[in-house]
Design a protein around this ligand. Sequence first.
Ligand SMILES: Cc1cc2nc3c(=O)[nH]c(=O)nc-3n(C[C@H](O)[C@H](O)[C@H](O)COP(=O)(O)OP(=O)(O)OC[C@H]3O[C@@H](n4cnc5c(N)ncnc54)[C@H](O)[C@@H]3O)c2cc1C
Length: 396
Amino acid sequence: MISVAVIGGGASGMAFAVALKQKRPDIEVTVFEKNPKVLKKILVTGNGRCNILNFDAVAENYFEACEFVRPAVEKYAPKKTEAIFRDMGLLLMSEQEGRAYPISQTAASVVCVLSSAAERAGVKVFTDTPVKSIKKSQGRFVINNDKSFDFAVIACGGAAAPKQGTDGSSFELFKALGIRVTELSPALTGICVKDMPFSLKGLRQYCKCTVFSNEKEYVETGEVQFNDYGLSGIPIMQLSRFIGKGKATATLDCLPSLTKNEITAFLQSHKFREPSGDVLCGILPRALANFVLRECNVKKDEPFASLSSDKALQIASAIKSLKFSVTGVRGFDFAQVTHGGAALSEFDNNTLEAKKVKHLYAVGEALNVDGPCGGYNLGWAWSSAFLAAESVLKEL
Ligand SMILES: Cc1cc2nc3c(=O)[nH]c(=O)nc-3n(C[C@H](O)[C@H](O)[C@H](O)COP(=O)(O)OP(=O)(O)OC[C@H]3O[C@@H](n4cnc5c(N)ncnc54)[C@H](O)[C@@H]3O)c2cc1C
């Protein structure tokens, strides 16, 4: 009987196994998962709701990997993936910006539907079974120096969120088969800044954020959270993948809907109110207002009317561009995805088969593919899994 080994029982591994075994019940599909249960990470995605895909996803969303992902993302586009999940018994709903969630609003539904589809199809699942070694011998893949298989699919995820079973150590499996792995760095994570003011801790503010790193500027807008180590929130997470090893700055426009002149005019027209802290508290949260005043060397109880007109302009400028010196990004423990992975040049993007190792495939985050927040990373896990399953089917 033809046998297929799937290394990793996460999103992409389970989706691959189900897709293949449903079409070919006569072959043996075995999933090896190091955790006590499959799909552990899914439960923490989307704050427990699982932002399962993005209806607007296109290849261009995947940064440098856009050409590589095109065949998978176009063939298994979001609507097709939605239909596959509907067939399995999972209904989705969409929220703003194309974000899709299970209609039940709980990630547990995704785990339940995928696990039971695997069981119904007859996928063999070995939990608590880390794959520590893989080698090719006489045309077959020998796993843990024990069982051998005709095909192998590496679906081991990346190095982000090690508590979920993905600590990056499984990239050694690629290396053991002669496949190059690129440098890894955390993405979709917080940004650490120098001398983060304690008074801002816990604050949330809708901002336009600009990161300047490696001579390039990157911009995102949304709610920023101020923490003891620095900044987080969706726009900051999106920007984190662009922070390089050199010097970087993060600049926040704390009132993106107003121009500097509009803010200045507003402040001047309200200067009869005092103290200065009170003039600002109509447009900014108190902690941020006080911080801006401190940055401009104005005491919060100083009468605003006594300040020069230049000061109003200086305060407006500070509100429009609060600058932080970036010291790095938070580590893999706090990251949602990995930037880096098995080198894309080693794989045929029409099949996801390794160019040098026949019948070896890679799917999901194990490959050097990452997308923004909003369902794009799970979207890639599903699309790549379905394309790889289709490719294996053609080889049988
Ligand atoms: C907190 C958090 C929230 C997220 N929220 C979202 C979201 O809402 N939407 C979204 O699109 N993306 C989200 N992501 C990212 C998304 O979860 C991943 O990109 C996606 O799960 C990758 O799927 P995968 O199958 O490639 O890897 P994973 O889901 O990481 O699965 C890999 C599996 O392989 C197992 N494994 C690893 N090595 C071995 C080995 N040697 N032997 C056996 N088993 C092994 C691991 O235990 C794991 O179960 C989030 C990530 C985190 C951490």
